[in-house]
Design a protein around this ligand. Structure first.
Ligand code: NCD
Ligand code: ZN
Length: 347
């Protein structure tokens, strides 16, 4: 039995760090484990310009505890009015690495998202020209569509036409949750990749109702049936370079989750790489963890592999039931549960 695992220090290709008082805690958990992270722009107000992304990056770095290194890879929030010139400015900055497309109303802080992607085509053409990837939240918001079908319908209505219309555009299908998404990524070649979260790999939709309503298992896209979870596990552990780690760690204060209208998002950062290690080991695929966590994403983004390593040891530890979050508290993913892989050191 493997009792110690040293891998190239991983990166998180989809992360919500939030802002303000919470930043010190969120950055700490991610920086302990990951060298770099693609930082989501869905703040209030959203990060829509290069200048705002540069300021947010500076706040993240200012919140980084001494002794830790961490590189925030910034993103812009696409709106109906993002001009093509903003893309060129963002690319030239070297600080912005992608643009995020939220269909308006799809998820947390997406009110300013895109209402009609076709209106953005000149901007998307500028992205294709520069090489800037588009990161998609792949769910339609049509209230007629069943919440569990939103990703599959998005593929047919939006994503397939987009890939056809803007030929040179590189796309990441973020936090995929269905076997339809896995199939599309597999058949689309290197220009379409996908991130996979720890929650969608380890839970199916039964987890939302285990013994009662479980708000801490609610995230978007919502957890799906077991057959879809299996498809994600197979994709993540297959060694296919189009699939890579993106936690979608998305903390919300406890009282905003345990509410009559609770927020979507799971805070996986405090045990992110450990949760993926558990899963890969269960599948007998630990030797594929490094590709998924530390190489495939960097290759897609055209960035160098990290030189440092992290070491995980086979040692049980329990996640706290809650953690500080600015002036409030947050319940992490797997709160109070015992994990068998523990982060030993990272260098
Ligand atoms: C994210 C958040 O809270 O910012 N929530 C979530 O459930 N994943 C937004 C998102 O990525 O959809
Ligand atoms: Zn997200």
């Amino acid at each position: 039995m493997t009792s110690q695992l040293t891998i190239t220090r991983p990166d998180d290709w989809h992360l919500h760090l939030r802002d303000g008082a919470a930043l010190r805690q969120t950055v700490l958990h991610s920086a302990r484990r990951f060298a770099r992270a693609i930082v989501m722009p869905n703040l209030r107000p959203p990060v829509t310009t290069t200048a705002e992304a540069e300021r947010y990056r500076a706040r993240i770095l200012a919140a980084l505890p001494e002794g830790l290194t961490f590189e925030p890879l910034m993103t812009l929030y696409l709106t109906d009015n993002t001009p093509p010139d903003e893309i060129r400015r963002a690319w030239a900055s070297g600080v912005v690495h992608a643009v995020k497309y939220y269909p308006a109303g799809a998820t947390t802080n997406s009110e300013n998202g895109v209402t009609d992607l076709r209106a953005c085509y000149p901007t998307l053409e500028a992205m294709a020209e520069t090489g800037m990837p588009l990161l998609v939240h792949g769910e339609v918001t049509d209230p007629q569509v069943d919440v569990f079908d939103r990703e599959a319908v998005f593929i047919d209505r939006i994503l397939v036409p987009l890939l056809r219309d803007i030929e040179g555009l590189n796309v990441v299908f973020e936090h995929v949750t269905t076997r339809e998404a896995v199939a599309l990524v597999r058949e689309s070649g290197r220009r379409l990749a996908a991130t996979i979260t720890p929650q969608h790999l380890s839970m199916n939709r039964n987890a939302l109702f285990e013994g009662g309503l479980r708000p801490h298992h609610y995230c978007l896209p919502v957890l799906k049936r077991e057959e879809h979870r299996r498809a994600l596990v197979e994709a993540a552990t297959s060694g296919d370079p189009s699939f890579f780690l993106g936690t979608d760690s998305a903390p919300h204060a406890r009282r905003h989750k345990e509410s009559a209208c609770g927020c979507a998002g799971m805070f996986s950062a405090p045990a992110a790489i450990e949760l993926y290690a558990e899963l890969f080991e269960r599948e007998g695929a630990l030797e594929r963890l490094e590709g998924f966590a530390s190489r495939h994403g960097a290759n897609f983004y055209g960035l160098p592999h990290n030189r440092e390593t992290i070491t995980l040891v086979k040692e049980s530890w329990s996640l706290p039931r809650e953690l500080a979050f600015g002036d409030e508290t947050v319940v992490p993913m797997a709160a109070g549960e015992t994990l068998s892989w523990k982060l030993k050191d990272s260098k």
